[in-house]
Design a protein around this ligand. Sequence first.
Ligand SMILES: Cc1ncc(COP(=O)(O)O)c(C=O)c1O
Length: 402
Amino acid sequence: MYSSEIFALTENYVAPTYKRFPLALVRGAGVRLWDAEDNEYLDALAGIAVCNLGHCHPRVRDAIAAQAGRLMHVSNLYHIEPQARLAKILCELSFADKVFFCNSGAEANEAAIKLARRYGHEVLGEGAKRIITMHHSFHGRTMATITATGQKKVQTGYQPLLDGFDYVPFNDIAAVAAAITDKTCAVLVEPVQGEGGVILPAAGYLDQLRALCDERGVLLMFDEVQTGIGRTGTFFAHQHSSIVPDIMTAAKALGNGFPIGAMLASNRVMSHFGPGSHASTFGGNPLASAAALATLETLRDEKIVEKVADKGAFLRAGLESLQQRFPDKIASVRGLGLMFGVDLKIPVGEVVAACLKRRLLVGSAGENTLRITPPLIIEKTEIELLLQILTEVLKDVEQHHP
Ligand SMILES: Cc1ncc(COP(=O)(O)O)c(C=O)c1O
């Protein structure tokens, strides 16, 4: 099929919930993608922090193919070998003792919200149901998770929202302290705000949150849907610090593109879920679990996360020198590992579109932030190419915004 035919089908038959670029990608390998006319693209977005091992990684592909030929689905009424093995690895890689599986980041956060409320009900007292979240956060698109999300634009038109959420500014520990009452059961926070514009936690903020939650007896929940699975240079972003949460969510890169989500918790907290308290037909099914298991084993065996800091430093140096060269275009460069936000003084949409014309895929976040989240397997030569294309784009855009 030609791209134009795919565009027409989408236009005619797919719900109009996305503003799509005029691009139909049909094939991928590593950090490269190809459109229907076989034009090659460099991927510096990775499906928004999903394909951390690059596209169609052989180990993930082979694991999916082998599992698809053996057993794709059985109910969670039975034991599922790949799921059990995946849960063990996730616990080994994190603070957690137990894992609940689902299919997306929003569902993982739904599970976290439900578990926190149940903990509040059973431990803190009947009315302790409220959850504190942050301005500019993003937690998903279900009713509960748009309510948790501290951004009006995702909530507009969907009222009444869920009751029981309080919002405070990110990086403001005093505001959290003031917001916690005897009705609070948990604080939910992204260790690095992704959709909000790649906003980093202030030094010591996560530690202070941990201490505050301990002091006030409420749960600390980290949404690591975007930051997890190696993106920031540690397996989970909060591991840059020595503290751990009570509940954590993951999805996006967990299956390297195969849909799977997870909600992880300590035994102390997960024990408030029991048979029948929560469920998902597809959650952790054999096929999804095999994909995630191969993803985690590959990241671990090939020491890919260990190399992220070095690659990130290389990319950061390049972006910072671009900032020096184009001070009228770039306001600031923020990032951790291979998760970058570049605040622009020119419209980010124009820059993303110009990159696409030069066959580089990047994204946007926040108000006017260029988002760069390449596959973690990107090589330095490919980072150089990325920087070279960005330079050309900024030079071009300069002509339009002299
Ligand atoms: C931090 C965070 N939480 C939750 C979600 C929602 O994940 P999903 O789209 O898989 O439901 C996202 C998606 O961007 C995210 O970045």
